[in-house]
Design a protein around this ligand. Structure first.
Ligand code: FAD
Length: 417
């Protein structure tokens, strides 16, 4: 039985010098068989396990993670959350996710530090302005909050932006989603892990899946570095390694893996209280609660599984960011890193059954899946439990690559694809 986090538990544990806190989740050995096996202990895998247990009454589940929880893209992203997507299919699934985020700290009894501070997308030329206005209209038609700001309104909201007429990247306006913002990425993974564990889900770290077992056209389990485990339902939620893991079951997926980099500066006093994104310079910037400026860059245009950063990207990124926000030019960078993002040809995810019975795949979220974490887990749990997609994820099935019903979201992020 998990004790609840509250002001009372904090006081109780303070009295005992914080020696008696319960473990946040157990560390069980794998059992020989489970009702459902989830490969990948990132946010999406953990959310799937949580919603399988809470919404569908299935808790005989193992989440198998080759490293540590949230050590993949979940712990490497720039934590931006929003639902301002162009196409109806995307708007619906991302807004479902944002709505789940809005109640998540209370639901999980874990502070995910959601801060709905607003997300601005800048327009630097007339083409941008037209495109952003079109998006704002489409988003509003889907009942999602979105508005246009002119240059003076942007300058009033973010005084540190260079909004002058002779700026290197002139700012002609911006779209604003006020419900957008940021959340603590580790908190999301840990919150889902704790809540899933409390409902009986086995979370097994340092357990790499090395093979997927099949009997004819049905899945029967997985081979791992800690032995074989049987299950009639196996779900692949491995982000950058999705194609690689799916190939273990003989499936070829249209997903490419690319490096995506980000960096943080030394901490400074509060200067930025919203998220600023610029598609033209491929930058997205926010300030963390510790005061660091968090800055994301564009993706490498070649496929790779590298997780190191590269000087060329840092240099280009800083050149652009310091033109947008000149006062940042005297800051020192503290850390830079990379994650490997899983990109589909239409820059939309795959959340789907597969031609192998009992095998499900959830990947291809690319540069923008952190914001989708609860929504993705919620629809994927439905797909696995009922063996059929929820209407929200039906358009994101694998067969769209043969039917041609693609959902082109290449313009949805401040990252080039
Ligand atoms: C630099 C950067 C910035 C980003 N910024 C944003 C942002 O601001 N907003 C946003 O919405 N999204 C952003 N993203 C994208 C977002 O991080 C991802 O889409 C999302 O976190 C994916 O979550 P996941 O759970 O699917 O993947 P991961 O967190 O990568 O989890 C997959 C897990 O599978 C495990 N795994 C792989 N192979 C195996 C195996 N064989 N056996 C067992 N386990 C295995 C991995 O170790 C990993 O832990 C960014 C990404 C990067 C890299």
């Amino acid at each position: 039985m998990k004790s609840r986090y509250s002001i009372f538990s904090l006081a109780r544990n303070a009295i005992s010098h914080h020696q008696d806190w319960q473990r946040v989740w157990r560390s069980p050995d794998p059992k020989p068989a489970y009702e459902v096996i989830i490969i990948g202990g990132g946010g999406h895998g953990l959310a799937t396990a949580y919603y399988l247990a809470t919404e569908h009454g299935i808790s005989n589940i193992a989440v198998l993670e080759k490293g540590w929880l949230g050590g993949g893209n979940t712990g490497r992203n720039t934590t931006i959350i929003r639902s301002n997507y162009l196409w109806d299919e995307s708007a619906r699934i991302y807004d479902k996710s944002l709505r789940l985020y809005e109640g998540l700290s209370q639901e999980l009894n874990f502070n995910i530090m959601l801060s709905q501070r607003g997300v601005l997308n800048l327009a630097h030329n007339l083409g941008d302005l037209r495109e952003i206005r079109r998006r704002v209209n489409a988003i509003r038609l889907n009942g999602i909050d979105s508005e246009m700001l002119d240059t003076s309104e942007v300058a009033a909201m973010v005084p540190i932006l260079d909004c002058s007429k002779d700026a290197r990247y002139p700012i002609l306006g911006a779209s604003l989603q006020r419900r957008g913002g940021v959340a603590r990425h580790d908190g999301v993974a840990w919150g889902f892990a704790r809540a899933a564990d409390a409902r009986g889900v086995d979370i097994i770290q340092n357990c790499e899946v090395t093979g997927i077992m099949r009997d004819g056209d049905a899945v029967t389990g997985v081979e791992t570095t800690r032995g074989d485990i049987s299950s009639a339902k196996v779900a692949i939620v491995t982000a950058a390694h999705t194609s690689h893991v799916a190939a273990m079951a003989g499936l070829r997926l249209p997903i490419e893996s690319h490096r995506l980099q980000a960096m943080v500066s030394e901490p400074i006093k509060p200067v930025l209280d919203c998220v600023v994104m610029s598609g033209a310079v491929h930058a997205y910037i926010s300030q963390s609660d510790r005061g660091e400026m968090v800055m994301g860059a564009g993706i490498d245009h070649f496929s790779s599984y590298a997780q190191n950063s590269s000087l060329a990207v840092v240099e280009l990124q800083m050149a652009a960011v310091t033109k947008l926000i000149p006062i940042l030019s005297r800051l020192r960078l503290m850390r830079q890193w990379a994650g490997i993002v899983d990109v589909c040809p239409d820059a939309s995810p795959i959340v789907s059954k597969t031609p192998v019975r009992g095998l499900y795949v959830n990947g291809g979220w690319g540069t923008g899946g952190f914001k989708a974490t609860p929504g993705s887990g919620w629809v994927f749990a439905h797909t696995i439990a009922r063996d059929q997609p929820h209407p929200l994820n039906a358009p994101f099935a694998l067969d769209r690559f043969s039917s041609g019903a693609l959902i082109d979201e290449h313009g949805a992020a401040a990252v080039s694809h």
